[in-house]
Design a protein around this ligand. Structure first.
Ligand code: TNX
Length: 532
């Protein structure tokens, strides 16, 4: 009888304990405080109201304007596998009564990329002036949900969204990354994954470095040997590759659907060995050099005095412009060490006019400031402040990519396996803790269109390598471009970044786990609370 009693008491205590821990579980799972959410880039304004909305089997995504249907579907495709719910997508002209996620366009939002996300217990409302803003509101909502939604498999947690209001818009219009597909070639699927990942952090430009000494990567129908010969190799002598125009259009469309504009670059007049190897007539001596598999820079140049050079540039830019809806074509212009300066200026002046003739604006590395600049030309600051300042004097705007801060191919420290370090070692704090508008005296906010982190790929061979160098530094760059400078500081950011551990892992990103970041797993937190 006595032992029975003890067992009974033990049983009751166990039940009690289980109840307590599961309540603790629930409590931990409920994001009651919107203000404590860990959004990157940090929104401009967050007001919490202390409750939550649950996404359940009745939840429907409504959109009020046809233009928003693709965004509604995009969100549904994230939620369906994670919840196992149907999550229907429906058009509806006015706000539904309950269990809704409602996407709408409204002139009450002032800026083109801004949005308002309002969550009450009965639903979520995302409002913006333009679809881009609605898309960014959706990305914020995504980060308000548990990291496990990113796995694409059914999760066990209840999906709760903290209530309150986020009002948000970016500081800069150009927030980008660059992928060098010339030194090593990366196929369409890799580029799409980069696009997917950038879009989560509200980045809106992907610059593709499509030609260099080691490889020509875009089909030009009027000059087919560029890809036949020039596309057939890469650094180290691998087989290289190229995008057909159809594949390029597919990338452009995929990016557009995620509000990312592709900025294509044809690097000229230097960095052109792959083109020179493909067509002997582009060389001053009429002789094609060998394909190049090394990593030196600055040894090649187009032949400035030959007429055919400009026919070549015109054909390439014409074909590229026809498949590029974005406003910019990048003409490179960096490190033309074997082009005499007079010739260089002559060439860049002509190349700009060709781009303009085909209806596009020019972007170029900071050396192009030596030439006459067309009114809409943008100078990309990578090496020399004095070049960027010269560009400003000539009326140009600046895109900020200073190599000591923004270069994604720089090693984090001396033991990083891949990457270069000629500009600096760039730890995660160095990549975050600087400001666009104070970096260089004389370059202020009104001169700057935004920020871009270039990933050069001399040492980068596969997607794992790309991810290791880009992540987590690109999250910091995204925040530099989005969040007002006076709302950013490293000490606060590093904690927020640390809380993205589960999300980066759920997205299967091979990120660099910097020791400077207090990485924290929410899954472990729950286990902690049980063991207390
Ligand atoms: C400089 S940045 C280059 C590239 C290299 C890079 C490596 C720039 C405009 N030119 O050709 O790949 O350094 O970090």
């Amino acid at each position: 009888m006595k032992t029975k009693n003890i067992f009974f008491r033990l049983f009751i205590t166990c039940i009690g304990l289980i109840c307590l821990t599961s309540c603790e579980f629930k409590k931990n799972a409920i994001p009651k405080d919107l203000a404590k959410q860990q959004i990157i880039p940090k929104p401009v304004s967050v007001t919490a109201t202390g409750s939550s909305f649950e996404i359940n089997s009745n939840t429907t995504i409504h959109y009020q304007d046809e233009e928003l249907q693709p965004i509604a579907n995009y969100l549904a495709e994230i939620l369906r596998p994670a919840t196992g719910f149907k999550i229907p997508v429906k058009v509806l002209s006015s706000k539904p009564s309950s269990d809704h996620i409602f996407l709408s366009l409204s002139d009450s939002i002032a800026t083109d990329e801004g949005y308002k996300l309002e969550t009450k217990e009965d639903g979520v409302l995302i409002k913006a002036k333009k679809p881009a803003g609605v898309f960014y509101g959706v990305q914020t909502l995504r980060q308000l949900l548990p990291a496990a939604i990113e796995k694409g498999t059914k999760m066990t947690d209840t999906l709760l969204v903290a209530t309150g209001t986020v009002i948000d818009n970016p500081s800069y219009g150009y927030r980008g990354a660059m992928l060098d597909v010339s030194r090593h070639f990366f196929g369409v699927d890799d580029v799409k994954r980069v696009i997917d990942l950038l879009s989560i952090y509200k980045m809106n430009r992907l610059h593709l470095h499509l030609s260099d000494d080691q490889g020509w990567r875009i089909e030009i129908k009027s000059w087919p040997k560029l890809t036949e010969i020039g596309g057939s190799s890469e650094v180290g002598g691998g087989e290289g590759g190229f995008y057909t125009q159809e594949q390029y259009k597919d990338i452009v469309k995929y990016a557009q659907d995620r509000f990312i504009t592709i900025v294509p670059e044809i690097d000229m007049p230097g960095h052109t060995n792959a083109a020179l190897a493909s067509y002997p007539e582009l060389n001053c001596d009429g002789k094609a050099p060998e394909l190049y598999h090394g990593t030196k820079v600055g040894f090649s140049t187009l032949c400035i005095e030959k007429e055919i050079t400009y026919k070549f540039v015109d054909d390439v830019i014409r074909e590229l412009a026809a498949i590029t809806p974005g406003e910019y074509i990048h003409i490179g212009g960096d490190e033309s060490h074997v082009t005499p300066i007079k010739d260089y200026i002559y060439f860049i002046n002509k190349a700009q006019k060709i781009v303009e003739k085909h209806g596009k604006k020019v972007l170029g590395w900071d050396e192009i400031a030596h030439s006459e600049l067309l009114p809409n030309t943008v100078v990309q600051y990578w090496a020399k402040g004095e070049n960027a300042l010269k560009g400003i004097e000539k009326g140009a705007k600046v895109l900020m990519s200073p190599s000591k801060k923004a270069y994604l191919d720089m090693k984090y420290d001396s033991i990083t396996r891949i990457g270069l370090h000629w500009a600096a070692y760039i730890e995660v704090d160095d990549a975050y803790d600087w400001n666009l508008e104070t970096y260089e005296e004389g370059i202020s906010k009104e001169n700057i269109i935004g920020v871009e982190g270039p990933l050069w790929t001399e040492t980068v061979e596969n997607m794992d390598d790309i991810e290791y160098l880009i992540f987590p530094r690109v999250l910091g760059l995204a925040e530099i471009g989005w969040t007002p400078t006076n709302q950013r500081n490293w000490e606060e950011y590093k904690v927020r970044l640390g809380n993205h551990k589960d999300r980066l892992e759920a997205l299967d990103i091979n990120y660099y786990p910097s020791k400077l970041v207090p990485w924290k797993s929410m899954a472990n937190q729950k286990i902690d609370s049980i063991s207390k």
